[in-house]
Ligand binder design. Structure first.
Ligand code: KG4
Ligand code: ZN
Length: 343
């Protein structure tokens, strides 16, 4: 089965063609980072307009590189939420039109389910069940994953997502957008322990987290530092990264202990962070567990994870996964991953 995947929930237009029999995957991505950089964050209207311009050429590019025609597509998977409403509408509109024209099913995919299942495209791939850490610009969640579609929330952030804290810290330190990779790079030049920032909720008995207090602590440190000192900025970045890594690592270990599972699967943009990977690898291999990550190019938003998640849903649910006939395709700017059928 060949599934076309379309992702347009935020600031990346992603398209992929996944062939379930050969495992072949061709994907193309257009990042809008340059478009939004001047504003320091994503401007929803600009994002939607850019998706309109990029989507069809990307679909043509992917089909051409895969040596496939539109008629060769067996199903279309599209991100239906959560995300920016206008941006989601672009992807869903194209998917619905293409599905109608080709007479092929359209599968609405939850963006986070795409991230969550993306490590299964790696080699080696994790086996169910496992604990998943979804850590992106909008979400920081631990989930118990029993099988595709069966997700139980173990813990969530009570305020900011970890990626959001990275982006805000980058802004406060005068770094570029998106902030995560820049903060990570600057932190490498910082001295460990030169400054210590709080590790919010690290000792709380729940798996919930909070990052807004840490953000405020960064602001206070920035206000106190010598603005001319490059090393002071690096020390703040280092202290921030160490605090986030300590919290996520401690909660990951707790999540595994609580569920009795041994493997952790990490997904979402912050999962690309080298310091986080080192912290998790060390703590979890020490408990004889394994940590899995998506292939590097599939950590941030992309169409491949959507094509794959759509395929998994189709394989599991058949026609029930599609919104053919009476059930129109709808976008869900907010959508609970543990309640996928809510419409
Ligand atoms: O999953 P993603 O591409 O988009 C969604 O939010 O769904 O994640 C984007 C987030 C941004 O906050 C970005 O700063 C962060 O992931 N990020 C990183 C790194 N690469 C991306 N954060 C820390 N270190 C990185 N290397
Ligand atoms: Zn994402």
């Amino acid at each position: 089965m060949r599934v076309l995947g379309i992702e347009s929930s935020c600031d990346e237009t992603g398209v992929a063609l996944y062939d379930s029999s050969s495992g072949a995957l061709v994907h193309a991505l257009h990042s809008q980072v340059d478009l939004h950089r001047a504003y320091g964050g994503v401007v929803p209207e600009l994002a939607s307009r850019d998706h309109v311009q990029r989507l069809l050429p990307l679909i043509n590019d992917v089909l051409q590189r895969a040596g496939a025609k539109r008629q060769d597509i067996d199903a279309i998977a599209v991100t239906a939420g959560p995300g920016l409403a206008g941006a989601l509408l672009v992807g869903c509109g194209v998917a619905a039109g293409l599905g109608y024209a080709l007479g092929k099913p359209v599968v609405p995919v939850h963006h986070l389910e795409g991230h969550l299942l993306s490590p299964l495209l790696g080699n080696p791939a994790p086996a169910f069940p496992f604990v998943s850490l979804l850590v992106s610009g909008g979400h920081t969640q631990f989930l118990q994953v029993l099988s595709p579609g069966q997700y139980a929330l173990l813990g969530d952030t009570l305020d900011d997502a970890a990626g959001e804290a990275f982006d805000k810290t980058a802004q406060m330190l005068g770094l570029g957008y998106p902030g995560g990779p820049e903060v990570s790079r600057l932190a490498m030049a910082g001295v460990p322990g030169a400054l210590r920032l709080p590790r919010p909720m690290i000792d709380s008995p729940t798996l919930d987290m909070s990052f807004s207090g840490l953000k405020t602590a960064v602001l206070t440190a920035v206000q106190r530092m010598d603005p001319a000192s490059e090393s002071a900025r690096a020390d703040i970045a280092r202290a921030f990264v160490d605090a986030v890594v300590d919290v996520l690592t401690a909660k990951a270990v707790q999540a595994l202990a609580r569920t009795g599972l041994s493997d952790l699967v990490v997904a979402g943009g912050v999962g690309a962070n080298v310091q986080l990977r080192a912290g998790l690898d060390q703590a979890i291999t020490a408990r004889s567990g394994r940590v899995y990550y998506p292939p590097a190019q599939l950590c941030t938003d992309n169409g491949a994870m959507i094509a794959y998640a759509g395929y998994v849903r189709l394989a599991r649910e058949g026609a029930g996964a599609t919104r053919a006939g009476a059930r129109p395709l709808r976008v869900h700017p907010r959508w609970d991953l543990c309640n996928l059928d809510a419409d």
